[in-house]
Design a protein around this ligand. Structure first.
Ligand SMILES: NC(=O)c1ccc[n+]([C@@H]2O[C@H](COP(=O)([O-])OP(=O)(O)OC[C@H]3O[C@@H](n4cnc5c(N)ncnc54)[C@H](OP(=O)(O)O)[C@@H]3O)[C@@H](O)[C@H]2O)c1
Length: 227
């Protein structure tokens, strides 16, 4: 089952996944920043499948920008989706995950360990989510649920295009120039494709990945220069 706010996008994605895999794909249009959205998604999952093996907390949309121009509402919005969304989904679905001896993967991000003054909300949210993931993994030792976090570097999604636009605006240059600069300063050969992150998720939740537990996996093409 896939969840996001835009029903038309969900239906299109579900059609493509079902076409490629032959599996039944349910959709739920819900705003995961709101407790009511979490309830709707959990309710839909229970009625559509009645069980849960794998939870991937991926929805996140923290805003970059100048710290002095970001008020409480912008910070709260970032935490509401990516931190509280993941926390509430994990808590509501934990009994089903425990029953299935399942797995959780939280998509965090490289800014969790490389703070940036123009991406403070994303960094703080990712750091909080990473700490939460490790604590949840410790709980998972009791209930036999695997939990890991993934820290992608830049991935060529719609969101990354928005981040580039913000960075370009702050630097006073065009978006393509910003893309080149970003590639050069990070020193990576290229940015990641979404399917590369998905491949790592798929491995972590597979039987072959079962002994990888409570970790933070970096997938950034070598962009982070720290250990
Ligand atoms: N792209 C990168 O470079 C990068 C790097 C590091 C980490 N990440 C992390 O990876 C995750 C996915 O990022 P992405 O680049 O794929 O983002 P994206 O292109 O913006 O996609 C985000 C997805 O989340 C959904 N979403 C957004 N707000 C939502 C809400 N309030 N309730 C429910 N669903 C919502 C969106 O659909 P709707 O708009 O229809 O709701 C969309 O399907 C995020 O947590 C992001 O922080 C991304």
């Amino acid at each position: 089952m896939i969840v996001a706010r835009t029903e038309a996008d969900l239906k299109q994605a579900a059609g493509e996944i079902a076409g490629e895999t032959g599996r039944r794909v349910a959709v739920c249009a819900a705003d995961l920043r709101q407790p009511a959205g979490i309830e709707a998604a959990v309710g839909e999952l229970k009625s559509a499948f009645g069980r849960l093996d794998i939870l991937v907390n991926n929805a996140g949309a923290t805003q970059g920008g100048d710290f002095l121009e970001q008020d409480d509402a912008v910070w709260e919005d970032g935490f509401a989706l990516k931190f509280y969304g993941a926390l509430r989904m994990s808590r509501a679905l934990w009994p089903l995950l425990a029953e299935a001896h399942g797995a959780v993967v939280n998509i965090s991000g490289g800014f969790a360990h490389t703070p940036d003054h123009n991406f403070m909300i994303g960094g703080a949210v990712n750091a909080a989510l990473t700490n939460f993931s490790k604590a949840l993994a410790n709980r998972g030792l009791i209930d036999d649920v695997n939990v890991n976090a993934i820290h992608p570097g830049p991935v060529t999604t719609e969101r990354y295009e928005e981040i580039l636009t913000t960075q370009a605006k702050l630097a006073g240059i065009g978006r393509e120039e910003m893309r080149e600069r970003s590639l050069m300063t990070s020193g990576v050969r290229r940015f990641a494709r979404p399917d590369e992150v998905a491949g790592l998720v798929a491995f972590l939740v597979s039987p072959a990945g079962r002994h990888i537990h409570g970790t933070s996996q970096v997938i950034d093409g070598g962009g982070a220069k720290s250990l």
